[in-house]
Ligand binder design. Structure first.
Ligand SMILES: C[S@@+](CC[C@H](N)C(=O)[O-])C[C@H]1O[C@@H](n2cnc3c(N)ncnc32)[C@H](O)[C@@H]1O
Length: 213
């Protein structure tokens, strides 16, 4: 009797999963990744198309993909395992919690925010990831000169996100435009195929002034 399904044969996705022993203690990047390197976070990483491509093309960079849906997190883990990406790790958790409680101060080089869920209906806006507290947590987590890179197709949420990050005195907005070699996320590729307009914006940590939560 056959005992294997096709998923049984795929590489073990859990090998790339980050285990959080204590949900009240900041992570130790030296334990999360096997080698030292700048830490990039991909928040709401989806199926991990961007995170895997970025990790593959930047082997000296440590990429943590954060995704709350188990099925998607497992897909990212499978990509890391299949492609032998030791510098790609997956955390299955709510990004807001992670930013507030699990990221050590001034330890992140880049936060990638690619198509955060816009929750278009007003009564659902409370579910949006980016708010004042989240922006403050990002400012605290970034190392000096560290960046937030935002890609989004929803003008209303874009406006709200801009207001939140602009309110952080430690952050300075800049025009972020990725080159053609920069990997596209899965949603970006899909939206490009639909001819949707995508907005981009960056913020850089210029000081520790006004970092508060
Ligand atoms: C619109 S998709 C974008 C996926 C990917 N960034 C891309 O551009 O292809 C948003 C993803 O974020 C995840 N997500 C939404 N809110 C989240 C949260 N608070 N914490 C972690 N993941 C979240 C969703 O499950 C989904 O996979």
């Amino acid at each position: 009797m056959p005992t294997h399904t096709s998923t049984d044969c795929s590489p073990e996705p859990e090998a790339a999963f980050v285990r959080v022993d204590d949900i009240c203690q900041p992570l130790d990047w030296g334990r999360v990744f096997p080698a030292r390197g700048p830490v990039h976070l991909d928040l709401g990483a989806g199926d991990g198309g961007f995170a895997a491509a970025f990790a593959r093309e930047n082997p000296g960079v440590n990429v943590l993909a954060v995704e709350r849906l188990l099925g998607r997190a497992r897909k990212i883990g499978r990509k890391a395992a299949r492609q032998g990406l030791a510098n790609l790790r997956v955390l299955r958790l709510e990004s807001g919690y992670m930013m507030r409680y699990l990221v050590p101060d001034a330890s992140v080089a880049v936060i990638h925010l690619m198509h955060p869920d816009p929750w278009p209906k007003r009564r659902h806006w409370k579910h949006r990831l980016v708010g004042e507290g989240f922006a403050a947590a990002c400012a605290r987590a970034l190392e000096p000169g560290g960046e937030i890179r935002l890609t989004i197709d929803h003008p209303g949420y874009l406006k709200e996100i801009i207001a939140c990050f602009d309110a952080q005195r430690a952050l300075e907005a800049f025009r972020w435009l990725p080159g053609p070699e920069y990997p596209r996320s899965d949603f970006e590729a899909e939206f490009a195929g639909q001819g949707k307009v995508v907005f981009r914006q960056g913020w850089r940590k210029v000081s520790d002034l006004g970092v508060r939560e």
